[in-house]
Design a binder for this molecule. Structure first.
Ligand code: BEZ
Length: 391
């Protein structure tokens, strides 16, 4: 080979390599930034940890990637404080440039997130907070929920308590969106079935000074009490209810958050309490058993409803990303994939409504020892009405 030919050949090899370089780089997609906005402090801190654990477990099971993209996490402790929610979510959207928002636990915080997600077009999956508005008037093509609407467990318990023959009930909740809406769902079904809510008691979130309200319940003598509390507040309420001697005379019911993830601390005071929720211990399905085993191995503790919701938020993200080949900007395709999906959840398979809320079975459960034992299905494939959603 002459020197000129050699030179030409090496020039061609170098040019081909240079041309191949950008396409090789294009084959390694950018990491997907997931913004976890959950409580790490306050009365809902353990709930936030369980959501995060569940989410990360599913991602780890997929080898750390969803839709072909490696996942990177950015975290903010929202303290379950709605007054800080706008600043917190803006940090994730504007400072950290996240591709996806996952959060939160508290309904007031989630409403602020939904507003920012709607305004900015950022993809949001709510892994707990039940605020009806998120899949109601605030619904949007880029907003989804892997958990429940507040209406759902309340409505199911209204039906269940009426079916038990109770004619009068007092409700007691924290005074914010979750408490108001869970109690409203309960009242709607209970009164439709012929019952009467005689008193609606509440106290500001996250207060736990229950004594004065327990005295009112004792004086009102309803057939039964329906309640909504969660996390640390639920532990104290169940203990105080038993401590006030009410457990023997007026049966206590609740949305399942009252006894989920709390039984270790509530001990015998929770025994026998009936609740409604979209998850129960010992469902004993192959899907739930394998999830529980994997969760226990990874975190050295049993999962609860919050862990399931986090796990399913990651599953939902995976379904959307697979359909869009990892491109979160393809919102219509992402939403279309989820609307026709059946999510293979540990709670049992569920689908997503037109307003993007789970259509799911709500179980009746009863506390026995350290478990929320399955009693039956209180409401089959319960569809939130999605009131006010125009989509
Ligand atoms: C809520 O604020 O939506 C909520 C918080 C804890 C448990 C269930 C619902």
């Amino acid at each position: 080979m002459t020197r000129t030919k050699k030179f030409k050949l090496s020039f061609l090899v170098a040019a081909a390599a240079a041309l191949a370089l950008p396409s090789a780089m294009a084959q390694a997609p950018k990491k997907l930034k997931v913004g976890l906005m959950l409580p790490a402090t306050g009365t809902f801190a353990v709930l936030g940890t369980a959501v995060e654990n569940g989410f990360k477990l599913y991602v780890a099971e997929q080898g750390g990637k969803l839709g072909g993209r490696e996942i990177e996490y950015v975290k903010v402790d929202d303290e379950s404080d709605p007054s800080k929610a706008v600043d917190n979510v803006n940090k994730l959207i504007k400072r950290d440039n996240v591709d996806v928002l996952i959060g939160s636990v508290h309904s007031g915080v989630a409403m602020a997130m939904a507003k920012s997600a709607k305004d900015s077009g950022t993809l949001l999956i709510v892994p707990n907070a039940g605020a009806d508005a998120v899949t109601g008037p605030m619904c949007a093509v880029n907003i989804f929920r892997s958990s429940f609407s507040n209406w759902q467990p309340g409505y199911a318990m209204g039906q269940a308590m009426a079916a038990k023959g109770h004619k009068t009930a007092v409700t007691i909740t924290w005074k914010y969106a979750a408490g108001d809406e869970i109690a409203r769902g309960f009242k709607e079904a209970f009164e439709k079935a012929g019952g009467k809510v005689t008193k609606e008691l509440n106290l500001p979130f996250p207060n736990v000074e229950f004594q004065a309200l327990l005295t009112e319940i004792a004086a009102a003598k309803p057939d039964a009490v329906f309640s909504f509390f969660a996390g640390g507040g639920a532990v104290k309420f169940v203990k105080d209810y038993a401590g006030a001697g009410l457990k023997k005379s007026i049966p206590l019911y609740g949305a399942g958050f009252l006894t989920d993830g709390t039984l270790e601390a509530q001990g015998a005071d929770a025994d026998g309490v009936l609740t409604t929720l979209h998850y129960a211990d010992a469902l004993n399905t192959p899907r739930d058993n394998s999830f529980r085993l994997a969760y226990a191995k990874a975190y050295k503790m049993q999962p609860d409803v919050y862990a399931v919701q986090g796990y399913d938020a990651a599953q939902m993200l995976g379904i959307g990303l697979t359909a869009t080949k990892g491109d979160v900007s393809k919102k219509d395709e992402f939403a279309a994939a989820l609307r026709k999906a059946t999510i293979d959840s540990p709670r049992g398979a569920f689908t997503i409504s037109k307003a993007h809320n789970p259509v799911q079975d709500i179980y009746l459960r009863q506390v026995s020892g350290k478990e929320n034992k399955l009693v039956g299905v209180a409401s089959k494939s319960l569809l939130d009405p999605g009131r006010g959603c125009r989509m």
